[in-house]
Design a protein around this ligand. Structure first.
Ligand SMILES: NC(=O)c1ccc[n+]([C@@H]2O[C@H](COP(=O)([O-])OP(=O)(O)OC[C@H]3O[C@@H](n4cnc5c(N)ncnc54)[C@H](O)[C@@H]3O)[C@@H](O)[C@H]2O)c1
Length: 398
């Protein structure tokens, strides 16, 4: 047993998935689950938790409905923050001040004015941190990043056709006038910040992960849901079209849709480098010839005759299928396991992101909201993060 003591703050839909992974890691003697914290005592009941996490054993786990009391009374090495993004106050800063490692679920908040003090505290007290982008631990996506390491990524596209019905009832109990009484807060803009922030942040972060690049500007256009549908379907837009500009010069497009009554979901992605295109088929395929075997004459000839290059020179299988769901529980466990091992074994390289490095993904989706709201203007991310022109978009309204 490494003796690494963990607390989970927010025992809702995602918190329960983390708890399942943490129970596995406790069984494997990597950690000890010390405390669960949630303002609603029903979310802490063993009966309820066991329905979602059959392995859960409450003996020796301390339960708190009050975060301050938890922080005063409990000594832990790491905290998993898994609360709705509009519910942050300064819980993360206070944990960092105590030297506690931070696992922060995405979106880290809906407001950059809250994010920077959190990040500053994490940096000041030098505590290890990570954001909940579990797809960064996916084996296919890591193969893509490795393949792209010595290439220039020119263009990436992702189309994610979802459905408003995929928003589940959440565990946060929402009072009258505070938000959606049906507790489907992901469909409500005040809580989710839009589906681009709540869900599109995963795809946005993935583009950054694949290309090992940063987003420098954003331009977007959203299609608002018809007002007569809002009562039932929530007030998030029905379609999001977002373009990203990357620091190394490439571009990315993300289309996200959330219609109602369309029981068909689909995903399409491609990645283009100067001499190859990655496609997600049954296997993970890179089409294209190696730079050193290419000339424009040979390329023209091959287009006509198909016999200049052998098939294995133009089609590479980067990984054999099928791909497991990258958002799945196996990667939820992997991200926590690697975070903990990075600290216990003193191997920071096991952390694929940090709170600070993940701010670019958050700024990009928050800026996408703003770009659409101001007629599709191109927004420079560093200006968005610092200029007084955008200050009202960074601040939580009282
Ligand atoms: N990485 C992923 O794949 C993934 C998946 C789902 C959700 N999430 C993220 O996880 C976070 C939580 O979402 P969820 O689906 O679990 O929502 P949820 O409403 O089901 O759960 C949130 C939990 O936090 C508790 N809570 C609310 N305010 C709190 C506070 N101030 N202090 C402590 N606990 C508080 C609630 O009682 C609830 O139990 C969100 O940021 C969401 O975007 C990430």
């Amino acid at each position: 047993m490494s003796g690494f003591k963990v607390a989970l703050v927010g025992v809702g839909q995602r918190g329960l998935q983390h708890l399942e992974a943490l129970c596995d890691l406790q069984e494997e003697e990597l950690i000890r689950i010390e405390a669960l914290v949630d303002p609603f005592s029903e979310n802490l009941s063993t009966e309820k938790i066991s329905k979602y996490v059959p392995k859960y054993n409450d003996s020796d786990i301390k339960l708190f409905t009050d975060y301050d009391k938890f922080l005063d009374e409990c000594e832990v090495d790491g905290i998993w923050f898994v609360i709705p993004p509009n519910q942050h106050t300064n819980q993360i800063e206070r944990a960092a001040q105590k030297g506690i490692a931070i696992f922060a679920e995405k979106p880290q908040s809906l407001f950059l004015d809250e994010i920077f003090p959190m990040s500053d505290a994490i940096e000041k007290y030098a505590v290890p941190s990570i954001c909940g982008f579990q797809m960064e631990y996916d084996s296919w996506y890591t193969k893509i990043r490795d393949y792209l390491n010595d290439k220039w990524v020119a263009s990436m596209a992702m189309i994610n056709c979802g459905a408003v019905e995929t928003h589940g009832v959440k565990h946060t109990i929402i009072g009258k006038d505070q938000g959606p009484e049906n507790r489907i807060w992901a469909a409500d803009r005040k809580w989710s910040g839009t589906s681009m922030v709540e869900a599109g942040i995963h795809q946005t972060d993935l583009m950054r992960y694949w290309s090992n690049d940063e987003i420098s500007w954003v331009q977007s256009s959203y299609v608002e849901r018809a007002s007569k549908a809002i009562q039932e379907e929530g007030d998030n837009p029905i379609a999001y079209h977002v373009n990203y500009g990357f620091k190394k010069g490439g571009t990315g497009t993300l289309i996200l849709t959330k219609p109602a009554g369309v029981f068909y979901t689909e995903r399409y992605d491609y990645i283009l480098t100067s001499k190859s295109m990655i496609k997600f088929e049954g296997d993970l395929i890179a089409y294209g010839v190696e730079e050193d075997k290419y000339s424009i004459e040979k390329g023209r000839e091959h287009f006509k005759t198909k016999d200049v290059y052998k098939e294995n020179e133009t089609i590479k299988v980067l990984a054999k299928g099928p791909q497991q769901d990258a958002m799945g529980q196996h990667n939820t466990k992997l991200i926590s396991e690697n975070f903990i091992k990075s600290i216990v074994l003193n191997k920071p390289e096991l952390r694929k992101n940090s709170f600070k490095s993940s701010i670019n993904s958050l700024s990009a989706v928050l800026a996408a909201n703003v770009s659409s709201s101001i007629g599709g203007q191109k927004i420079d991310i560093s200006e968005f993060e610092t200029s007084s022109k955008f200050s009202k978009f960074r601040t939580k309204s009282k």
